[in-house]
Design a protein around this ligand. Structure first.
Ligand code: MF3
Ligand code: CO
Ligand code: CO
Length: 254
């Protein structure tokens, strides 16, 4: 698939989809408490997206994914399937929401702590968050994808954590996953040159231990091989004439 450049009308639709995705995360935060199950969080998000937003939860039935959001708890790196897992104080969880509105996708994820976070979870989440922003700040016409990856990798490794290699950010638009792949490691100046009108995600997965991951037999859940904690944050971003516009800012980011 080739990289799509969005015209002004399409950019506006991406803004709407991005805002809706971030509003789901704004909404679900209050429900993340000890005793709730990941399946209940999924049901609440599904209702909000379909009932209130009149939008479509993109993960549901995407390549056979069975639920409307991804819930990745503790050593789960990404694509955790909501179910009967009950959250307990000290758990750290990524919730990843992608909605489709008027044919366009908005994709964003954040870390949530259940009760009081451990020192390690807080630190890991903070470094993952900072690394996502350092990557985003590289985005501008004339810059290269390698600039993003290098900025993310440098910050993560400086802090003695590791970057997952097997999963990456992506172009996004009328399709969930478009070209290009946005690697969260690499060499500055390398890779595709960025152009105004591209929309893509930056979504580093950062492990407390080694970078290696393993896919569970359910075909979706990705865990750290060494069972160390993992954290991830994600924004959908538009490349503008003079830099970038983050389309999935939350109520607390504006
Ligand atoms: N939202 C994820 C991403 O950031 C993809 C989830 S695919 C699913 O690209 F099928 F697991 F939902
Ligand atoms: Co994504
Ligand atoms: Co996502």
């Amino acid at each position: 698939m080739t990289v799509t450049i969005k015209n002004e009308e399409q950019r506006e639709k991406m803004r709407v989809a991005g805002r809706l995705a971030s509003e789901v995360l704004d909404m679900i935060g209050d429900y993340v408490k000890p005793g709730i199950t990941t399946g209940e969080l999924d049901r609440i998000c599904h209702e909000y997206i379909t009932g209130h937003q009149k939008a479509i939860p993109a993960p549901l039935n995407y390549r056979g994914f069975p639920k409307s959001i991804c819930t990745s708890v503790n050593h789960v790196v990404c694509h955790g399937i909501p179910g009967d897992k009950t959250l307990k104080s000290g758990d750290a969880m990524n919730i990843d929401v992608t909605v489709i509105k008027d044919g366009f996708h908005g994709d964003t994820s954040r870390m949530f702590f259940v009760g009081k976070p451990t020192v390690q979870a807080q630190r890991l989440s903070e470094i993952a968050f900072e690394s996502m922003w350092l990557g985003i700040k590289e985005l501008a016409p004339g810059k290269h994808l390698g600039d993003v990856g290098a900025a993310v990798q440098k910050h993560v490794e400086k802090n003695h954590f590791s970057v997952v290699r097997e999963y990456c950010g992506h172009g996004i638009g009328q399709s969930f996953h478009e070209d290009p792949q946005v690697l969260h490691y690499g060499k500055a100046g390398s890779g595709m040159e960025l152009r105004e009108g591209m929309t893509l995600t930056v979504e580093p997965m950062v492990n407390a231990g080694k970078a290696n991951v393993k896919l569970l037999p359910d075909g979706w859940t990705v865990v750290t091989k060494d069972h160390s904690l993992s954290a991830q944050w994600e924004h959908t971003v538009l490349i503008t004439a003079d830099g970038y516009e983050v389309l999935t800012l939350g109520a607390n980011d504006r």
